[in-house]
Ligand binder design. Structure first.
Ligand code: FPP
Length: 225
């Protein structure tokens, strides 16, 4: 079975650049190429939802120059790829708080989300200024505001950025780190975790297929026998 939802922590852009004695930003640039390839591959494999962790709430601690470079790569990606994404039937959604983002980038992103919102192909979630604890606090605040008295798992899920989507079946992290890094803490309760040593810029369609093959070998019991 192909996993319905694959979530990826794209890690190792900086190390990829360092290995090649290049500036870190060229690692991110190469990382965007991988994003394009993996979106196409996921769409071709029939994955319904792909979630990519692009910028965490903790990434604001990076040097201003790196943050600006990441924003400009992101805006370039959104502008340049929107037609192709739309052509593939991809529906773009953002998980996270865009309010702190530069106004022009925010508007660009929101436009592409709107244009692609009716598409029925791959649902591509890009996590931007995203932190799972912040997402939960926001959800609990909204639930209080709306007077929710007896929350159930279904109700909590419906207040998250991923409302209405299946939880990730498979969580992939590149560059060999065994950490969850404040990503989708609620949604990955039963996800299979796959860690590869490959750095994100080197991650290929074949690596995605290998992760899926490994996923298919696992026996998921969801707490049962
Ligand atoms: C982790 O590498 C990667 C990031 C923090 C950013 C990921 C962003 C992109 C791939 C580009 C923009 C995304 C899209 C969706 C177009 P790192 O810098 O933490 O690497 P290191 O741990 O080796 O230093």
């Amino acid at each position: 079975m192909i996993p319905a939802h694959v979530a990826i922590i794209m890690d190792g852009n900086g190390r990829w650049a360092k290995q090649k004695s290049l500036p870190r930003i060229l690692g991110h640039k190469q990382g965007v190429k991988t994003v394009k390839n993996i979106v196409k591959a996921a769409s071709g494999l029939g994955i319904r939802v792909l979630t990519l962790y692009a910028f965490s709430t903790e990434n604001w601690k990076r040097p201003q120059s790196e943050i600006e470079a990441l924003f400009s790569l992101l805006s370039f990606f959104i502008r340049k790829e929107s037609k192709e994404l739309n052509g593939l039937g991809v529906c773009l959604r953002i998980l996270g708080d865009l309010s702190k983002f530069p106004e022009n980038i925010k508007t660009e992103i929101e436009n592409v989300c709107k244009i692609t919102s009716k598409n029925t192909g791959l649902l591509l979630n890009i996590a931007l200024n995203y932190g799972a604890r912040q997402e939960l606090i926001r959800a609990f605040g909204e639930m209080l505001k709306q007077g929710v008295k007896n929350p159930t798992q279904g109700i909590v899920s419906s207040f998250l950025y991923t409302a209405g989507q299946p939880d990730p079946d498979l969580l992939i992290r590149t560059s060999g780190e065994f950490r969850v890094s404040n990503f989708l803490l609620w949604q990955i309760a039963y996800s299979e975790i796959y860690v590869t040593d490959k750095l994100w810029p080197d991650f290929t369609k074949q690596d995605l297929e290998d992760a899926i093959l490994e996923f298919q070998k696992r026996e998921r019991r969801f707490g049962g026998l």
